[in-house]
Write a protein that binds this ligand. Structure first.
Ligand SMILES: Cc1cc2nc3c(=O)[nH]c(=O)nc-3n(C[C@H](O)[C@H](O)[C@H](O)COP(=O)(O)O)c2cc1C
Length: 387
């Protein structure tokens, strides 16, 4: 077992073990990847304020997200196709999350279906829903999530159009992977991954195939996907989705205070300040820079979470100090999954937990709920002065 001390270790192993097509799918942003890069590099511009001779004993990272208990303010963000990063990937990640006591959010575009994940886990997970045109499909997706006892729905509002990632086009990304001479040659070098994939029947989009009208087999899926996303989405439509789901609701993909206020009016319980990990609007602000104006605008009307760019417990601490109630991780858990399956996701969570705990202590704080901006040194102009 290799010594894993940071998320970067998991990424290195992940890169070795998973076919290039799926590594690239995860490790890319849209177009020039400016936003993808700045999501992480902007965290480095925030400094933590070291304090000494403060009682650091008896620390607490436990808190709540939308009223649900969590062992630290971190959730596993919805990531499509994770069953291609490691066989039965969504089930494994959900199990790691429930054991750790943090929420797992299943993507609409997962390989393992809602029902499949529910039957392999004990605690409720959260369900992410894209804003699609097909009303029947949407209602059924919410109903299926309810039947599977999902304890929150997450509506992703920043994907009316799919951002272009150059590598996915060049690699011919698909699930299951298209067999070209290049992809076969690459897959032959990923023995463990291949053995895992051969051992499972879960290789297609489990929430779509057999559930969406006209999608009875994987070959009809690409036509459906191209037509399914609703370019004419507006807040009235999101209000209709709110009526389809009467449980806790989170709106994901907010980057502007005006949209944050709209989300409050829809009756959501939380918003996620997110630019989809730099996969949608290239050139958008990093989410950590966008956060403070949104927190100011909504006050305590709604819980504010953040994702995009988090690769360490220090990043989580900075997000909380800047006003987020919690942070979501995307790639950080996928690296763990691709590297070592369920154990790797657990390891990613352990690494982040330890970093968060120790960094909070060294800032002189003992309770995550009481962390505020005073622990940070924020460069002038970091989060304001935009015209
Ligand atoms: C490979 C990949 C697939 C993703 N798929 C989805 C998805 O299906 N639904 C969704 O709402 N967000 C999706 N996201 C966005 C994540 O939920 C999250 O916003 C993002 O990963 C956060 O950035 P980070 O990876 O830098 O932590 C995806 C992100 C990645 C990297």
């Amino acid at each position: 077992m290799p010594v894993i001390t940071e998320i970067e270790d998991l990424k290195r192993i992940y890169r070795r073990r998973v076919p290039k097509m799926f590594y690239d799918y995860c490790e890319s942003g849209s177009w020039s990847e400016q936003t993808f890069r700045e999501n992480s590099s902007d965290f480095d511009k925030l400094y933590l304020r070291q304090r000494v001779a403060v009682d650091m004993a008896g620390r607490n990272l436990k808190t709540q997200m939308i009223g649900q208990d969590v062992s630290m303010p971190v959730a596993l963000a919805p990531v499509g196709l994770t069953g291609m990063q490691h066989f039965d990937g969504e089930i494994k990640a959900a199990r790691a999350a429930e054991k750790f006591g943090v929420p797992f959010c299943l993507s609409t575009m997962s390989i393992c279906s809602i029902e499949d994940v529910a039957s392999h886990t004990e605690k409720p997970f959260w369900m992410q829903v894209y804003t699609l045109k097909d009303d029947d499909f949407m209602q059924r997706l919410f109903d299926r999530a309810k039947d599977a006892k999902c304890s929150a729905a997450v509506i992703t509002v920043d994907l009316q159009l799919l951002g272009q990632r150059h590598k996915d086009l060049k690699n011919g990304l698909s699930a299951p992977p298209k067999l070209t001479p290049a992809s076969v040659a690459n897959m032959m070098t990923k023995v463990q991954w291949g053995i895992g994939m051969l051992s499972t029947k879960r290789r297609f989009f489990g929430n779509i195939v057999g559930h969406a009208k006209g999608v009875t087999d994987p070959s009809s899926l690409s036509t459906w996907t191209a037509e399914a996303f609703d370019q004419s989405l507006n807040w009235d439509r999101i209000r209709e989705f709110r009526k389809m789901w009467d449980g806790p609701l989170i709106i994901k993909g907010i980057m502007d205070p005006r949209d944050a206020l709209e989300a409050c009016n829809v009756g959501a319980d939380a918003i996620i300040v997110s630019n989809h990990g730099g996969r949608q609007l290239d050139g958008a602000l990093s989410s950590i820079r966008a956060l403070p104006a949104i927190v100011d605008a909504v006050g305590d009307k709604i819980e504010v979470h953040l994702d995009s760019g988090i690769r360490s417990g220090q990043d989580v601490l900075k997000a909380v100090a800047m006003g987020a109630k919690a942070a979501w991780i995307g790639r950080a858990w996928v690296y763990g999954l691709g590297a070592m399956g369920q154990q790797g996701v657990t390891r990613a969570l352990e690494v982040i937990h330890k970093e968060l705990d120790m960094s909070m202590a060294l800032c002189g704080r003992t309770d995550i709920a009481k962390v505020d901006r005073d622990i940070l040194m924020v460069p002038q102009g970091f989060d304001d002065g935009w015209q």
